[in-house]
Design a protein around this ligand. Sequence first.
Ligand code: HEM
Length: 403
Amino acid sequence: MKNQLKINSEFFYKDPYSFFREARELSPVLYTELFQRTGWLVTGYKEAESILKDSRFIKEETKVVPQDKQTIPKSIMPAISLNRKMMLFRDAPDHTRLRNLVNKAFTPKMVENLRTTVNEIADYLITNMRGKATHELISDFSYLLPVFVITDLLGVPKEDRDLFRRWSDAFIKFIDFNTTIEDLELVTKDIVEASNYFRNLISERRRQSKEDLISSLIHAEESGDKLTEDEMIASCLLLLIAGHETTVNLITNGYYLLLKHPQQYKVLKNDRSLIPSAIEEILRFESPVIFTSRWAAEDFDFLSNSIKKGDLFMVSLGGANYDSSVTNNPEEFDITRKNIKHLSFSTGPHFCLGAPLARLEGQIAIEKLLHHLDNPVLIEEPTRRANVAFRGFNHLRIRANIK
Ligand code: HEM
């Protein structure tokens, strides 16, 4: 039976956690309507964790939802087919093949080697903020840092970096829960443009390889298997978008939280060894990705619920992070917590491939902001971006002297 939990998007963007608490109190796995979707809303930590690790919950909708219920207009098909080539929307064995290939080009060692680059980029951005009394932190710093890092890593020329904001906005709109077919039609054009861009860049690298991730992807090979051209384009686009839409929110959410909790700010400023755990608490408290989804692959019983093949599971990572059966006083932001548990990078086979890079960028960004920004104050209360799955701000305006 469908539950009638009511939520309006304005309220949700401001405070999704009260809504998740209300849902969890009704049931940690609740059949309900949510924005444009109907399915099982999962807000319990253990329940979310077991779904994400269980191969009966899958990513490929086409395998389980009957063709006649997949009412996809032709006009958005190009973007849909590109999405379906991304590892994020695939299941084993294709998921495993794609992930292993990209993993070869994207190793933790390679990420650790990026420490100097990330530091240099952060210093460069801070230098550009000097001489101004007020700053919009997203456009001055937290958007640019991950974009510079991921475009450098992929091998996107510097002069093309600006193209990606529109393409990336289009993509996150495309995968959000709260989008209408009209929205999707509008953004499909941008997604096709982005894929043409990568098609050209890949053929350039085929002619002349460089020291970058695109060239490594071209060479990456496993058991004689290669990425098809479309899979390679989809992987580049996924890395690019996953690589900055999320990290910009980690940095901005994190700095905002510290400004709103002056005591915690002081503790962290005086003891930088707490930065890694502060980043984990920021991830838990304001997860940049608050939702992901899965489809039931078959009919089965799950936690006393009768699940039907093709049922949608809207897994709330942000909701799970606030489950008091796993975290004491989850509504308290505390950077000194021990053994922080969160699902912000998901878990199971789709565990975020970029987690080591995201952590590195988050840690360096917060350290630089703490070190260089003197007496920072919020100029106004920021507003949230209108997106259900990705949690970030439109702007973060602050006043601070830059050391
Ligand atoms: C704070 C920053 C980040 C957060 C919160 C985040 C979160 C996530 C989450 C929740 C998933 C899995 C979704 C699911 O299970 O359905 C995911 C997957 C992924 N992420 Fe991240 N991510 C971040 C940064 C990055 C970065 C920097 C990169 C790469 C440069 C990246 C690349 C990926 C890729 C390729 C996948 C797909 C993995 C797969 O399907 O096997 N992410 N990320």
